[in-house]
Design a protein around this ligand. Structure first.
Ligand SMILES: [Zn+2]
Length: 411
């Protein structure tokens, strides 16, 4: 007898099968086409599908001195609400996570308040000694200023000293000074530079939020197996014209002209990771020019909606938000197979809903998708055999744990 049986459509190994998952002590013990017996059985009805627990590799949870924008609690609740079972916590907080003491503080905060699982980041900018003792899950390097303002003037040095996976915000610091509007060149040049270093150092590198056709093409054409990259839903679904109509859509890197958006879609299959770059700012901060937009609670639904429009397949969503993050960052026990954690995202492909910021958990208080009708919704999130979100409601205490990431940096 299992603790929990999930019965319905499952997306397993690229195929949609009708079956049951038997869960015991938070782990997947059996996946079967036949009926399984559980103390609790959840039947996933209609157009519902059970997916492996999706992961977002780029999330700003703020907290510390910026509790007004977001806290670990509100941000990880937002994650569960959006079907995200684990977030990569970005370290450009206030104060920034640039020393072991702050890193330890951050870990405690996450341990106590995280509703979703998490990976803990460390900000690298000339502080190599500290980085070596922190034992973070990944290291973030900014090549030019963004929120928080700290950036690396010696990218190669910081990248080469990083004791683990590096995620890089690739916008060139010098070019930003010359071109404050951050045209495509600012990103393309930085990506070229990062790739040259990657070629030399052969160390794992994740290029964050690629927004330009040029940047994308450089990464794809070099084809370095230890380099991966993210694209955000906002760069896929929004463009410069949207920004011109709505100044709230200010974000770094900026929303681009049609040609770049088109390039992202043309190479959609080759995009390894989709991540939100959830960057909550209050409306007041936005009025004062803050760059960044919230996205945790809409990213999966936007992709489900795109499935309904024939742009994307469900398998691609799972590849880009589960399989590839798990493989690249070496996340353990998250495989959708016997022995893996019973952590799932359940979606309903046909359920229609309208995005309303006041129904979201993020403290940002607004959404770039306000009023948008979407077809496809996350209906349930399950962490280690426990339903932690169902029909927009979050249950229980924070149960998120630190992801088991192979921190050695072997790709
Ligand atoms: Zn970011």
């Amino acid at each position: 007898m299992y603790d929990l049986v999930l019965k319905g459509k499952l997306l397993k190994g690229g195929k949609l099968i009708e079956g049951s998952i038997g869960v015991l002590d938070g782990k997947i013990v059996e996946i079967s086409r036949r009926e399984l017996k559980g103390e609790v059985t959840i039947k996933i009805q209609g157009k519902g599908v059970v997916l492996p627990g999706l992961i977002d590799t780029h999330v700003h949870l703020r907290d510390f001195e910026e509790k007004k924008k977001e806290t670990v609690e509100s941000g990880t609740k937002a994650a569960l609400h959006g079907g995200i079972t684990a977030v990569f916590d970005m370290p450009n907080t206030n104060p920034p996570v640039i020393d072991t003491e702050t890193f330890e503080k951050r870990l405690k905060l996450l341990e106590k308040n995280a509703y979703s699982d998490y990976a803990a980041g460390f900000l690298l900018s000339g502080n190599c000694g500290e980085a070596k003792t922190a034992n973070a899950d990944f290291y973030k390097i900014f090549m030019g200023a963004s929120t928080g303002g700290i950036y690396s003037t010696e990218f190669g040095e910081d990248y080469s000293c990083a004791p683990g996976f590096v995620s890089v915000h690739a916008e060139d610091g010098e070019l930003i000074k010359a071109f404050p509007d951050r045209p495509p060149l600012v990103e393309a040049r930085a990506i070229e530079k990062a790739l040259s270093w990657a070629e030399r150092l052969k160390k794992p590198l994740n290029v964050c939020h690629v927004s330009t056709g040029d940047g994308l093409n450089s990464i794809i054409s070099r084809g370095l197996p230890w380099v991966t990259f993210e694209v955000t839903p906002h760069h896929l679904f929004l463009g410069r014209k949207d920004y011109l109509k709505n100044p709230l859509l200010k974000v770094y890197p900026p929303l681009r002209d049609k040609e770049h958006q088109k390039a992202l879609w043309e190479h959609f299959k080759e995009i390894p990771i989709i991540a939100s770059d959830h960057a909550p700012h209050t409306l007041e901060d936005k009025e004062n020019g803050a760059a960044g937009i919230p996205g945790l609670e809409t990213e999966v639904a936007l992709l489900l909606d795109a499935i309904n429009r024939g742009l994307v397949t469900l398998q691609e969503v799972v590849e880009k938000m589960h399989d590839n993050p798990v493989r690249f960052f070496g996340i353990k026990e998250r495989e959708f197979e016997v022995g893996g954690e019973a952590t799932f995202t359940v979606v309903d492909l046909k359920k229609e809903w309208v995005v309303r910021a006041d129904e979201l958990y993020t403290k940002a208080g607004w959404s770039p998708w306000e009023g948008k009708r979407l077809r496809g919704k996350v209906t349930m999130t399950i962490l280690r055999g426990e339903v932690v979100m169902e029909d927009d409601e979050i249950f229980g205490k924070p149960k998120g744990v630190r992801l088991n990431v192979s921190r050695g940096g072997s790709s």
